[in-house]
Design a binder for this molecule. Structure first.
Ligand SMILES: [Zn+2]
Length: 330
């Protein structure tokens, strides 16, 4: 994903201004609140992230990418999902043809009311934010950027298989999200359209004709240690009620130190085509870091995006919140 620079910088300033007021956010569950969702297992989610990272970088047109894609398909099948693979060739910013596939796992196909949960499973071919320029052209491991969202959703799949929520669930692992124009290029096209290629393709060619969901939740960079999730601007524009539902649920469950009740920047991510093309109101749960100049964690788009930065506690905070939201849905 990438930040929309000007708006993001403005938002970051707002965030910095607001940061000192956040001491009131609670990390204790409201005593009266009884969750109805099954327990999310952070160890299990962590293991799914670790397994993806063990394949190496998952860049389209590589063996590791194919192998990890096969693993994700087999895991969703193991967890009882009805699985579809959407194979496609998409064109990158530099004309490279990418062999990509979106992987879709569905539960409760007979249910009309559906919730869409999604994450990207590819990893970036460039470490273009690395401190060492020699690493710019190296692919990254994407433990947090890619792996974490998929890891949480695999654990959600495992749980949904054992106890079905009242609504139908579709989990989509989108491909080719992170192949956008690297910042070190000169005279290149830096437009948003080179990001989120898999979700753009799906939004125009859904796996089910006229596919609709009540709403969608995107998980991106949801494993960072002490991560903070602010209310992202596209999410508020297209799905303000979903933002409120998710953030208030997190607060009730005692995860207020992760889900901050303040506005974040505007992020080009897979929820944008899902909102703008497919017209499914969708939000992005994505980590911000006020300490860094780009607004994301210091290891974002560097060689340091590895398992050292992944926290079971953060994975659990996000996963349990998502579970509680979908098990409350009717
Ligand atoms: Zn990325």
């Amino acid at each position: 994903m990438t930040v929309k620079n000007i708006i993001a910088i403005c938002s970051m300033l707002t965030l910095i201004a607001c940061a000192c007021n956040n001491k009131t956010s609670t990390s204790k569950p409201i005593e009266a609140y009884q969750k109805i969702s099954p327990d999310f297992n952070g160890d299990s989610a962590y293991a799914y992230v670790d397994k993806q990272v063990a394949f190496g970088p998952r860049v389209p047109n590589t063996q590791q990418h194919v192998a990890c894609g096969d693993y994700l398909v087999s895991e969703l099948k193991r967890f009882g999902a009805d699985v579809q693979e959407q194979k496609m060739v998409v064109t990158a910013y530099d004309g490279t043809k990418l062999n990509a596939r979106n992987i879709i796992g569905s539960y409760g196909l007979d249910k009309a009311i559906r919730v869409l949960l999604f994450a990207h499973w590819d990893t970036r071919p460039y470490s273009d934010r690395d401190a060492d320029k020699a690493n710019y052209n190296k692919p990254l491991l994407g433990a947090n950027d890619g792996g974490s969202g998929v890891g949480v959703l695999l654990e959600v799949a495992r749980i949904v298989q054992s106890k079905a929520p009242e609504v139908g669930i579709d989990i989509i692992f989108f491909d080719a999200e992170d192949y956008g124009t690297p910042v070190f290029k000169t005279k290149a096209d830096f437009s948003d359209k080179w990001w989120c290629l898999g979700s753009q393709y799906w939004a125009n060619n859904p796996h089910v004709k006229d596919y609709k969901a009540k709403y969608g939740i995107l998980l991106d960079m949801v494993g960072g240690i002490d991560a903070k999730f602010y209310k992202e601007a596209y999410s508020k524009e297209y799905a303000a009620n979903v933002v409120e539902k998710v953030w208030s649920t997190a607060g009730k469950m005692g995860y207020g130190k992760y889900f901050i009740g303040k506005d974040g920047g505007m992020i080009t991510d897979d929820h944008v085509p899902v909102n703008q093309i497919r017209r499914i109101p969708s939000i992005d749960i994505i980590q911000y870091d006020l300490e860094s100049d780009h607004g994301f964690a210091s290891y974002w788009h560097t060689q340091q995006d590895d398992m050292r930065n992944v926290s079971k506690e953060t994975l659990t905070a996000v996963g349990q919140t998502v579970l509680e939201v979908i098990y409350n849905e009717k």
